[in-house]
Ligand binder design. Structure first.
Ligand SMILES: Nc1ncnc2c1ncn2[C@@H]1O[C@H](COP(=O)(O)OP(=O)(O)OP(=O)(O)O)[C@@H](O)[C@H]1O
Length: 497
């Protein structure tokens, strides 16, 4: 039996044309005597109209030539098919009838397979050798199930070479990242909440070179398997793990700023890295202080915030800030800094991980401004962030930009009425809370916060959702330290976009 006959009998293929945005099926259905038919189900073959939709390249995970010997040019295509709010993994055999121009001039594609892959991965294939770090306790214990059913099949279909490690104790991800040989992996995918990426960047930072080599080479990204998935929501834009995996695979390598968080002086001085946020006040207390009410579900957080507002709880502090842009100029700043070309991806040097601000026992520099004590003596929300979304439908930092060398500071105090405060915070979903008069919003590159609470009982300071001591802290931006994956190099859309 010839190879050609074998293919006809066992691998039945569909005739297709390669179009600009999709693989389009050539008129097949209804032609009873067609030689080729699909091997595995294609969504709908009942009508000609539906056939015209084809398979968009953006949904294609992999393409493999299965007939390199004969002249049949049959390829297998693995792709995700969107059905309402769900995705199904599909495989189909195709026979290409035409050829189109490769997507970018300068790319020479020697085969149809390469042509399809270059259309499917316009920013290149980034996920070749990845370390999956999974927190089995994440997402109230559902992380493993999410990984097994929604993430792993997509990565396998995309031919990703996977090493898998589950975290066994609090802080394990940090130990793994600290001891990791950066030459072994192109990428770390945290299948967790925001706690694991926080630990990964801090594990890199604990390396003898402070992570210079690891940050220069290894992409750090996140898939939504936890309770707080700000990283994934801000970079891939969905809390559906399958869709997030698809978008992650197609995303563009981009440098992101990190924040260096210093507490303590002398022997006790300690600097950690933060990628997402630092939070103090009623939001931190509602998030961490209501852990014992987890059985209530997400409502516990809203109730916690409401309690803080109604009780008019205050968190007096001193605050010194180095401004990049104040509220009046923020929209202009945002549009001027929206796009930065960081395609060079130059390696980092030791200097890129240094902080240059004075020690906490020294006065802040003269170009830092002291925030008005009218506000800081009655502060109720202090939140600094580097990514727009902190959880599903909560764009707390709508003006956040990936690598503009600034962080967003959002502050409120109890001088606003209870109604005004509640109505401002209710705009968080739309991201327009920052435009309200009672919300102080600015872009800053450094700050020093000195909490002055009489008692710290029942109060919390969180960094990327992890608990930190309520002590003075100083934060400096570290421009472009982390390589991550963003859709076309930008954060997802917000009210500022
Ligand atoms: N096996 C483990 N046992 C206990 N804690 C763990 C384990 N693995 C990771 N952790 C810790 O769990 C914390 C939260 O992790 P993560 O953010 O990934 O999950 P999450 O679902 O968002 O959790 P949470 O809602 O508790 O913040 C991290 O501090 C991490 O060190």
């Amino acid at each position: 039996m010839s190879m050609e006959t074998l293919l006809h009998d066992e691998i039945q293929a569909v005739d297709v044309n390669l179009e600009e945005d999709e693989i389009e099926f050539i008129d097949q259905i209804g032609t009873e005597h067609k030689s080729y038919s699909i091997a595995e189900c294609l969504p709908c073959f009942n009508s000609r109209t539906e056939l015209k939709t084809g398979i968009p390249y953006k949904n294609i995970l992999w393409c493999e030539g299965i007939d390199e010997v004969s002249s049949l040019d049959v390829l297998s295509i693995a792709y995700l098919h969107a059905v309402k709010n769900d995705f199904q993994l599909k495989k189909i055999y195709i026979r290409v009838k035409n050829k189109i121009t490769p997507p970018k001039s300068g790319i020479t594609t020697s085969s149809t397979k390469e042509l399809i892959l270059s259309k499917a991965y316009p920013h290149g294939i980034t996920a070749r050798s990845v370390l999956i770090l999974i927190n089995p306790m994440g997402g109230k214990g559902h992380a493993l199930e999410i990984y097994r059913t929604k993430i792993l099949p997509v990565l396998e279909a995309a031919q990703v070479n996977i090493t898998y490690k589950a975290t066994e104790y609090h802080g394990h991800a940090k130990d793994i990242a600290r001891d990791l040989d950066p030459n072994l992996y192109d990428m770390i995918i945290c299948c967790s909440g925001d706690g694991i990426p926080h630990q990964v960047i801090n594990g890199f930072y604990e390396k003898p070179d402070k992570g210079v080599k690891a940050f220069s080479k290894v992409i750090i990204t996140h898939l939504p398997c936890g309770s707080g998935n700000g990283f994934s929501l801000s970079t891939h834009g969905t809390s559906d793990a399958t869709h997030a995996t698809l978008l992650m695979l197609k995303a563009k390598k981009t440098r992101l700023d990190l924040m260096a968080v210093t507490q303590g002086v002398g022997d006790k001085e300690k600097t950690s890295l933060s990628f997402l946020s630092q939070c103090f006040g009623i939001i931190a207390d509602a998030d961490i202080g209501t852990e014992h009410l987890r059985w209530m579900g997400p409502i516990r957080f809203d109730l916690g915030v409401l309690y803080g507002i109604l009780k008019r709880v205050e968190y007096p502090c001193d605050l010194y800030v180095k401004y990049v842009s104040k509220k009046d100029n923020l929209e202009e700043y945002y549009s001027n800094n929206y796009y930065r070309d960081d395609s060079q991806m130059a390696d980092l040097s030791a200097q890129d991980l240094e902080t240059f601000s004075p020690k906490l026992d020294q006065p802040p520099p003269s170009d830092w401004e002291r925030f008005s004590s009218d506000v800081t003596s009655k502060l109720n929300v202090f939140y600094v962030g580097k990514m727009p979304y902190i959880s599903k439908d909560v764009q707390f930092f709508p003006a956040a930009l990936p690598n503009d060398g600034s962080m967003d500071m959002i502050i409120s105090d109890t001088s606003a009425s209870i109604t005004e405060t509640i109505s401002s915070l209710s705009l968080i979903e739309k991201g327009t809370h920052v435009l309200q008069d009672n919300i102080h919003h600015s872009k800053i590159s450094s700050y020093r916060l000195i909490p002055k609470l009489k008692s710290t009982d029942g109060h919390f300071l969180s960094v990327d959702g992890e608990l930190f001591p309520i002590e003075p802290l100083q934060v400096d931006i570290l421009p472009g330290v982390m390589i991550s994956l963003l859709q076309d190099g930008s954060f997802v859309s917000t009210s500022f976009t």
